[in-house]
Write a protein that binds this ligand. Sequence first.
Ligand code: PA5
Length: 469
Amino acid sequence: MADVQINLYYKNVMSEVVGDEHGITDSQRKDLNAKTSPLISQLNKERKAGKTPYRDLPYKTETAKQVKELAVEVKDNCEILVVLGIGGSALGNIAVQTALNPYMYNLDETQRKGPRLFVFDNVDPAQFTTFLDWIDDKLDKTIFNVISKSGRTAETAAQLMIIHKIISEKFDSGGLRDHIIATTNSKEGILREFASEANLRTLEVPNGVGGRFSVLSAVGLFSAAMCGIDIDSLLAGARDMDEKVSCEDFQKNPAAINAAINYHFYNNGKRNSVIMPYSYALKDMADWYRQLWAESLGKNVDLDGHEVCIGPTPIKALGTTDQHSQVQLYREGPNDKLFTFLQVNNFDQDLKIGPAPDCAPELGFLAGNNLSVLLNKHKKATEYALLESKRPCLTILFDKVDAYTVGQFIYLYEVTTSFAGALFNINPYDQPAVELGKEATFALMGKEGYEDFAQEIRSKTEIDEEYLV
Ligand code: PA5
């Protein structure tokens, strides 16, 4: 076990802190223990039976080796790495990069151990055009990592088709291989076919691993390795967490406890789950969590076929920024939220606040303190204020933010999601509602065979002038 760790702190969700109406009482805690404990061995068995292959990603040392070898092979010719993907094929890349590389990484080459990284997870024409204009004279040192498990997502396919044209026109026949790396299903799908035809370098999205559970596969590891992130530590942290979240003693299992607490509050009127890092580095982990939680747990049918329309709404916030934006609502608005803070005990870099100007001696209370102290005191102050308003609060404590603890965090939340899925009795690994939107886009874009569907969509979505003001 490494010196640096993350821990879940849950005293401030208990009734002794926020009262019986809004906290978990001793008897409710016992009930949660009784309900969740059997799920630990159930999930462990499912994992052994190969039903949750994401659980084994931290042990895939071959993948890490392949990713690192590819990074070494292409790095010298890559000053700009562009990830094209969406949802689970982008959010993990963004979150890991923000967490583990400096804020000025893209702008300051002295702070950079790899290429600049851009992740495009949208098809906004203004955004993409301005980027392609900027990159035009830098294409010879640019690599596009196109990531799509299915290979059929319209946004990613459109991005690929745009850059395919640009690269084909600019370079000779080897251009596509030099400038595009495809990460996709090992055998099938349009992207796999395109990669074979164009002789691209490829990486695999492992079978049975959904996008939002794939950050510890080649999906997230390649951009991380290219940008100098220690992917071995990332995986080692996840393996460390795997031991904890596999432990069959409920009291010692942070994922089981985290899921049980979230489940309890959902069933007791707190259907929103706010995650609030007090660390800019962890800001995009909140975004990653938001997708993981929403797509996995928002389901209308349970495993017995009953209509349930269930799922906590994940909300991302950032301390201290959102203290000045959201906390008024969080304290005085409806008491319908569970809060999870991410707190960092040791920052790699710190700044001492200078002395108070002579004209403002009242600022002396700040003088001489480190910014990390101010940030963490803000966290405690906000937590205190929320507790005073009887709002339950969890904290994930990071000894520090590094590849090891980020690997732990990712794995903790993935397995928490599996536990929550089991508690809610739903399938956390599919996303049928997202698929319908994808199909509808195909229809509206004129895909063959979708004509009737397109007609039906138009009848419901075309602007009716009568209601236009
Ligand atoms: O988690 C998921 O499965 C989704 O968010 C997908 O990652 C997203 O829809 C993109 O799909 P694909 O990787 O197939 O292009």
